[in-house]
Structures are given as C-alpha cells and as structure tokens.
Design a protein around this ligand. Structure first.
Ligand code: LRH
Length: 482
C-alpha cells in the first residue's frame, strides 16, 4: 500500500472539459507491529501528506484551490480531551477482532444488525473494533474518535468532522436515514458522542492551519473540502459508466464488486450473500461484496522477496497468461486470507483442501490468484444482479487492477460481459471531481461527471468469448453440492 498526494485540475463539463491528474508525491504506507498489535504509522503518513502538499504547491506554482482526503475505511484514531492522539490506530488486519462478531451477535442478532445497518459482516467493521477495545485504557480516555481521513483533515484544519461515506463503514449508520443508528449504538454500548458531527462529500471541512501553511510553504487561505473520504466511494464516482445498467469492480488491495443503487437492499437474502450497503456520493448506495483482491498476490510477492526470491510482477503476469485456465482456484472471499503472512502456503493449503493440486511456481500462484479473483468477481456481479433485481450490460473495472490485462480479460470471460477497464487512479479522480464541483469548476450530477471521465480518460474494452462452462465448473469445485 502507498499513500499519494495528487494534484488535479478539472473544468468544463461538456465535451470540451478538462480533467488532468498529476502525481506530486508518493510515499510508503508500512504498517508496524508492536507488542503483538499491528498498527498504522499515521504520523509517517501525515508527514507524507505535508511533503505532498509542499510538492504540489511547488509543481503548480500556486497554492491548491482545495484539498480533499480519502483513505481506506473502518479504522480510526482516538483523541483525548486536549485533541492529542491516544496511540497509533490499530490496523484492520490485526487479530484483535477475531471472534468478536460472534460475541456481538450474542447481544444483537446478526439479522437485526444487518436490517439496521446493511453492512456485510467483516471481522474488522468499526463496531467490532470498538467492541474489542471496550474496557481498555485508550477508549476510556478517549473524548473523540476520528476515522483515518477525518484524522488527517483534523490535523490539517483543526476542525473535527465525520464524513458520511466513510462513517457508513462503521456499521453504526442506518443507510435509509443516512444518519447514526442510535438503537444499534445503544444495544452495543457504543458512545456516539465520541464521533464528530457528520458532514457529506462536497461540504466545506475547514482551512489549512497557519502551522500547516508554514510547514508546506503554501500561502493561505487553502480550503479543505470533504469528499467521498472512503476511497471506494471516491473510486465509484470515477466509474465512467454511460448508463445505469453497469456493475463495477474497484480493484487494488481489495476488489469491491457490485452495483450502484439509489436505495439499500436490507433483505435476509442479501445478508446471507454477505453484501454490503455503503453510502456513496450524491445519495447513492454502494451495494457490493468485499473480495480479498490483489492483496493475495501482493502478499505472495512479499513472501517470495523475504525468502530471497524477489519476482517481477509484469513478468509473472506474462508467464501466468500462458498457463492453462482455471487449473486451481481458491475462494477469494474467504476471511482466512485476511491476515498478512505466509500467503503462498495458505493458498496451497486451500487448494489441497478442495481436492486441487497446489500451485508450484510463482507464475502458477499468480495464475491461481487471477483466476480466483475473476471467479469471485463473477459471483459478486451475479449476486448483485439477483439481489437488486437490476440487470447489467457492462462491468467497469477501476483502480490499480484496471492495468492488469489478464485480470480484466479473465473477469470479462468469467462474467460473460464486456469489461471496460480504467481509470486506474479512480479514487483520486473521484476525489478531485467532488472538490472541483464544490468549487464550481465542474457542474452536474454523477452522469455529467462520468461523461467528463469518458471524454478525458483512456479506457480499454475486453469482450468475452461467451464460453462460461469452465467458470461454472470451477465455481462448483469450491462449492461442492451439500
Ligand atoms: C479499500 C477499503 C475497502 C474497505 C477496506 C478496509 O481500500 O477502503 O473499501 O472495506 O479498505
């Protein structure tokens, strides 16, 4: 994972619109384990943000017209009464939430929690993290809880807020009212007073503090604008769809695969299918399933490197493309792959458990991961159609995986639908577009913003051959009849 500060320039809104993105700074995001707990190094990340703002100002030759922050979801920092950070935020991949969902279900049955919040049960939902932290000294001392992008916004501006799209990943928001679910918080003993007031994408979020201007060499005032601060919310803004009948897959560390709806689906079927209803920009709902994503491959690469056999990803993908289709697949939605470490070993074990030969070479592992992701994409898109009752003509792949031609091609094959790949920098573009609209530089609703993307961003189309048989058979291998 890396952090990035990108400068965006948006304008127009008709066919002659302008939308350009320049990466000003890229910095590492390296989690740190101390005392057996995996943390985010948020001060190092904030350093990266400050360096990026300075660099962006230097590149543009003027201060930014607006700053917007998005990041991964669910995680938070706790502040004491003086506003000081109480320890490094815990990483959602930490094991502190193991078994917590089960405990919570004892207090608030799963069906009730889903009917109230519409969120997929993922072990790391903020509700489970807060339950795990209950009774500990940090939560006792805390007077404020800020989700990660809101924490950075607070340090930049001194203004504390809770941006709605990311708040919806806490499992404390009712997706029908788009407000806190007080009954859920009460039943689980979570103090909603810890959260700063809600704000929505496009709302003003303060101005860079004098100390920040001094650190970054920028001249004020520089406004900060709330965007879809959940990276997936911003990425979905940048899905360049031309009509309503589309599915999307926001790919990167995760694959977030589903559809954009105007109302949540809170049925028992949807809960059982592990579908989530996160809140999107402009009153939309992101109806999707979290699939493990390219994390599987990133972790294999990390393992091979640590073992002294570093691999080149481009070369691995070229080799993998020449290997036979669907020789082995794993369930890329399985939480057993959530934690870091020993990924090739875990993939091999999952293959053996389902009666398939374990991959042997790095290229075979790569092929296994790509085919498994394509299969999980197919299942998510099919389930989204069935559960929402809406049909789909095209699948859009945005985010880093849009550059992975093998993954895009296999996803088109598995879904039996055309895939349109791009933009890869979807979260940044969605972030910038919401800021540009708030500043009056672009006009319109999501369809107009998406029109601007279609006319400015390079997109690649992959058409399926129509042979779905191998995919159906591979799916059956993972789910043998009961
Ligand atoms: C992707 C993402 C995803 C969440 C996960 C924690 O970066 O925000 O939408 O489920 O991180």
């Amino acid at each position: 994972m890396v952090g990035r500060v990108r400068g965006g320039r948006g304008g127009g809104g008709r066919g002659d619109g302008v939308l350009e993105l320049t990466e000003a700074h890229r910095f590492a995001n390296r989690p740190v384990r101390t005392n057996g707990t995996l943390h985010w190094d948020v001060l190092a990340l904030y350093r990266g943000v400050l360096d990026g703002l300075r660099r962006a100002g230097e590149l543009a030759g003027r201060p930014p017209a607006s700053v917007g922050i998005d990041s991964w979801a669910v995680d938070y920092g706790l502040l004491d009464a003086t506003g000081a950070l109480l320890g490094n935020p815990v990483h959602y991949r930490d094991s502190r939430t193991d078994g917590v969902a089960e405990r919570v279900a004892g207090v608030l049955p799963r069906a009730e929690l889903y009917a109230a919040t519409g969120l997929q049960e993922l072990p790391f939902n903020t509700v489970y993290q807060l339950t795990a932290a209950q009774g500990g000294p940090a939560l006792e001392a805390a007077r404020r809880l800020l989700l990660v992008p809101d924490l950075f916004a607070y340090w930049l501006t001194g203004v504390a807020g809770t941006e709605l799209t990311n708040a919806s990943t806490t499992q404390l928001i009712d997706p029908r009212t788009r407000d806190w679910s007080r009954p859920v918080a009460e039943r689980l003993g979570i103090d909603l007073g810890l959260f700063a007031p809600l704000r929505g994408p496009g709302d003003p979020a303060g101005e860079l503090l004098p100390e920040v201007l001094a650190e970054t060499g920028l001249e004020g005032p520089v406004p900060v604008t709330a965007v879809g601060s959940h990276d997936t919310a911003s990425a979905v803004v940048a899905v360049p769809a031309s009509g309503p009948r589309f599915a999307y897959i926001a790919t990167g560390t995760w694959s977030l695969a589903g559809m954009e709806l105007d109302a949540p689906v809170l049925t028992e079927d949807s809960r059982r299918a592990n579908f989530t209803n996160e809140l999107g920009v402009d009153g939309t709902v992101r109806f999707l399933r979290n699939v493990m994503g390219l994390w599987l491959l990133q972790e294999c690469l990390r393992d091979w490197e640590a073992a002294g056999h570093p691999q080149d990803l481009g070369q691995l993908l070229d080799e993998a493309a020449k290997l036979p289709l669907l020789r082995q697949v794993v369930d890329a939605g399985d939480p057993e792959f959530l934690a870091p470490g020993r990924m090739p070993e875990r993939i091999a074990a999952a293959c053996r458990r389902t009666g398939q030969p374990a991959p042997e070479t790095p290229a075979e592992y790569t092929r296994c991961v790509v085919d498994s992701l394509a299969l999980a994409h197919r299942r998510a898109v099919d389930d989204a159609r069935r559960l929402s009752g809406r049909d789909v003509d095209v699948v859009h792949i945005v985010g880093g995986g849009a550059q992975n031609a093998l993954l895009c091609r296999m996803t088109a094959e598995a879904c039996g639908l055309p895939v349109v790949a791009g933009p890869a920098e979807a979260a940044a573009l969605g972030n910038v577009l919401v800021q540009a609209r708030a500043a009056g530089a672009v006009q319109g609703e999501l369809p107009q913003l998406r029109g601007l993307l279609r006319s400015t961003q390079p997109l690649v189309r992959y058409d399926p051959s129509g042979d779905l048989g191998p995919w159906a058979r591979a799916a059956a291998r993972l789910r043998p009849p009961a």
